[in-house]
Design a protein around this ligand. Structure first.
Ligand code: NAD
Length: 500
């Protein structure tokens, strides 16, 4: 194994030497798209093309779904002994760990996140997730229902069949693992469609899973664009479920595709506009630190980023200054291969322009830029935006209602708890929220009143594989992580026997 580089030059040299596999992984082998088409993969770090990726479409999806169906019906994985499933998935997790440098590099080249985070968070969390579900393999216990004395009603879990997993680009390995882990341990076959911005880590995962002993066809990875590859997967009559993570608009399309095809199940992890509610008695220093990291980590490209700060008007100015101070002191923006960088590039030019247009819109709507607001490092050819605070906003402004998905936090004052509660819930989203107060009675009331999948109290973004993750309202339904995630990839069958 090569030594891990510890300088920007070292990582650039490693990137230049990297042999990138950019074909689809179908039925246990890497293959070109049927059409032979490829698309250019631009790195947001410097705007340069660094790979040509198989541009898959309906023909490739058909092949992958057929392979997945064949593997499922053959039953080699579906019916494997739990101990075997566990061994294979544990080996898969180990192989991910053994390939940490390569996977981290691919992740950073693909989406522009800093290499330190790819190494410390994205790859390890991906491996940990696969391990978590591996360890559930022999703990999925069926039930016996309480019925008459001479009847036995078994409630057995059964896998659904072929799962289409469609994932976004912000945490490609982690979110990919959140789908693959529980779907596979349940005995399903999977066709994974990574985002067009972030196909490379997923493509490598396909090969590693096979190397770990997963039979051909059980995990297929089909890169391509949403309309050309994602849509035929979601419309496919032989796919039993779509597990989707992405924007709310595309999530709604999944429901349509299901209705227009075979009524496949759908689970949706969609957008967010998560509020921090900062009461007058909050620990402002702690809140500011969590708010800054929560919105600037991963360039703000985090679905549950705390992008809406609701703050008691008496402490607003102090909080805003403290958030800015944390950003300046602790979260340097820089080249993603620099060890000191804590913020890197936004995923693509179009997305950077969209984020900048929201900052301009904020000013037009009457908010004030209290920090940042501009593109920087343009000379690199990459797509970087400063950590930004839009202060003095109102909750009915578009910048407070729409997901910006960049390093931009919107600050909105309130006067009392009732107003804070109303504003926190005045959103189409309900993914996450945080409450900052010294009064645990207030905290209790707010955590009960706020409609969100996770509500943190005097902290933010702490997470574990043991806790479910997902949203209320138009942030979606169905949960990733935790044993509950397995349920959505299985169904219950009742087997009723009458004895005499
Ligand atoms: P997106 O909705 O544009 O794309 C997500 C995936 O859907 C991609 O693989 C894309 O190719 C595919 N897709 C796009 N159009 C499609 C179509 N017509 N048919 C089938 N597939 C299609 O989202 P994105 O820009 O990749 O990711 C950002 C979004 O994801 C944000 O809204 C963010 O909040 C959300 N997200 C949510 C969670 C969560 O767990 N709730 C986690 C991460 C990201």
């Amino acid at each position: 194994m090569l030594d891990r580089p510890n300088t920007k030059a070292g990582w650039l040299a490693r990137a230049a030497d990297l042999k990138i596999e950019a074909r689809a992984f179908i039925d246990g082998a890497y293959v070109d798209a049927v059409s032979k088409r490829r698309f250019e993969k631009v790195s947001p770090i410097d705007g340069r093309v660094f790979a040509e990726v198989a541009d898959c479409d309906a023909a490739d999806i058909d092949l992958a779904v057929a392979a997945a169906r064949r593997a499922f019906e053959k039953g080699e994985w579906r019916d494997a002994a739990p101990a075997h499933k566990k061994r294979v998935l544990l080996r898969f997790a180990e192989l991910i760990r053994e390939h940490i440098d390569e996977l981290a590099l691919l992740e950073t080249l693909d989406v522009g996140k800093v290499i330190g985070n790819s190494l410390a968070v994205d790859v390890p969390f991906c491996a940990d997730c696969i391990q978590y579900y591996a360890e559930l393999a022999d703990k999925l216990i069926d039930e016996v229902a309480p019925v008459g004395a001479n009847d036995v009603a078994l409630i057995r879990r059964e896998p659904l069949g072929v799962i289409g997993a469609i994932v976004p680009w912000n945490y490609p390995l982690i979110i990919g693992a959140w789908k693959i882990g529980p779907a596979l341990v349940a005995g399903n076959s999977v066709v994974l469609k990574p985002a067009e911005q972030s196909p490379l880590g997923a493509i490598l995962l396909g090969g590693l899973a096979h190397q770990a002993g997963l039979p051909a066809g059980v995990l297929n990875v089909v890169p391509g664009f949403g309309e050309r590859a994602g849509k035929p997967l979601a419309l496919h009559p032989d796919v039993d479920m779509i597990s989707f993570t992405g924007s709310t608009d595309v999530g709604k399309l999944m429901l349509r595709y299901s209705g227009e095809s075979n009524m496949k199940r759908v689970s949706l992890e969609c957008g967010g506009k998560s509020p921090h509610v900062v009461m007058a008695d909050a620990d402002i220093k702690a809140a500011a630190e969590a708010i800054a990291w929560g919105i600037y980590y991963n360039q703000g490209e985090t679905c549950h980023a705390g992008s809406r700060v609701l703050v008691h008007s008496s402490v607003r100015a102090r909080l805003v200054e403290a958030i800015a101070e944390v950003a300046r002191a602790q979260i340097p923006l820089g080249h993603p291969f620099e060890a000191a960088s804590q913020m890197g590039a936004l995923v693509e030019k179009h997305h950077m322009e969209r984020v900048l247009s929201y900052i301009a819109l904020g000013e037009k709507e009457g908010a004030q830029i209290a920090l940042g607001g501009k593109r920087v490092m343009a000379e690199t050819g990459g797509f970087y935006i400063e950590p930004t605070i839009l202060d003095g906003a109102r909750n009915d402004m578009r910048i407070a209602q729409e997901e910006i998905f960049g390093p931009v936090v919107v600050v909105i004052p309130f006067e009392d708890e009732a107003e804070a509660t109303r504003l926190a819930n005045a959103s189409i989203y309900g993914l996450g929220a945080a409450v900052w107060t010294a009064d645990m009675n207030v905290a209790h009331r707010l955590t009960r009143a706020i409609k969100a999948g996770t509500v943190w109290v005097n902290t933010f973004d702490r997470s574990s594989m043991a806790t479910p993750f997902g949203g209320f309202k138009q942030s979606g339904f169905g949960r990733d992580r935790s044993p509950h995630a397995v349920d959505k990839y299985m169904d219950f069958k009742t087997i009723w026997t009458a004895y005499r």
